[in-house]
Design a protein around this ligand. Structure first.
Ligand code: URA
Length: 178
């Protein structure tokens, strides 16, 4: 029942990969990730650390907008387990091919999936946001979902501070010119 699939976008050699939950209404209409209101704030966060959107890869856990059983759009429904499982092979392949220096998860759904994939002990986004997690193969920085800032203004500052932490993580990287 989706209108357009939203596989994600960005350069194949991107050094940062952002992973959100799933497409919303605007993303479903355009076939592009994070083009709605949350996307505008994500753009602002990127700008605050002098990163251009075109330099990063942006995708989601599920590639199609979640709907209810009758096919009507549901506001902000979290993806079901079977939907996440159906999209997992695409996400796995994207991570393997792009092989970014850092994965930033946006929101708790993406954090939980990526922590599972990289065998990081589960925790809440409230505890772990903005922190760097190192695994053998990947560096992961879980972030609050940018949409959270639209509902809770105090989170806006927290998210911007977490992006400053991300900037530090990137500057510690071997490849600073991302
Ligand atoms: N929220 C998401 O999690 N992903 C998008 O692509 C847009 C909004």
């Amino acid at each position: 029942t989706r209108h357009l699939a939203v596989p994600g976008e960005g350069p194949a050699n991107a050094r940062i990969m952002f992973i959100g939950e799933g497409p919303g209404r605007q993303e479903d209409l355009e076939g592009r990730p994070f083009v709605g209101r949350a996307g505008k704030f994500l753009d602002e966060c990127l700008q605050s650390i002098d990163v251009k959107r075109e330099q990063v890869f942006i995708t989601n856990i599920v590639k199609c907008r979640p709907t209810d059983a009758s096919g009507n759009w549901v506001r902000d429904r979290k993806p079901f387990t079977d939907e996440t499982a159906a999209c997992a092979p695409y996400l796995d392949k994207q991570i393997d091919l792009i092989n970014p220096e850092v994965i930033c998860t946006l929101g708790d759904t993406a954090r939980s999936e990526i922590f599972k994939r990289f065998k990081i002990e589960d925790d809440t986004i409230g505890h772990v946001h903005g922190r760097l997690f190192l695994t053998e193969s990947m560096r992961i920085v879980p972030l609050y979902h940018p949409a959270a800032a639209l509902y809770d203004n105090s989170l806006r500052q927290i998210i911007l501070i977490d992006f400053q932490n991300l900037r530090r993580v990137l500057s510690q990287s071997k490849l600073t010119n991302f």
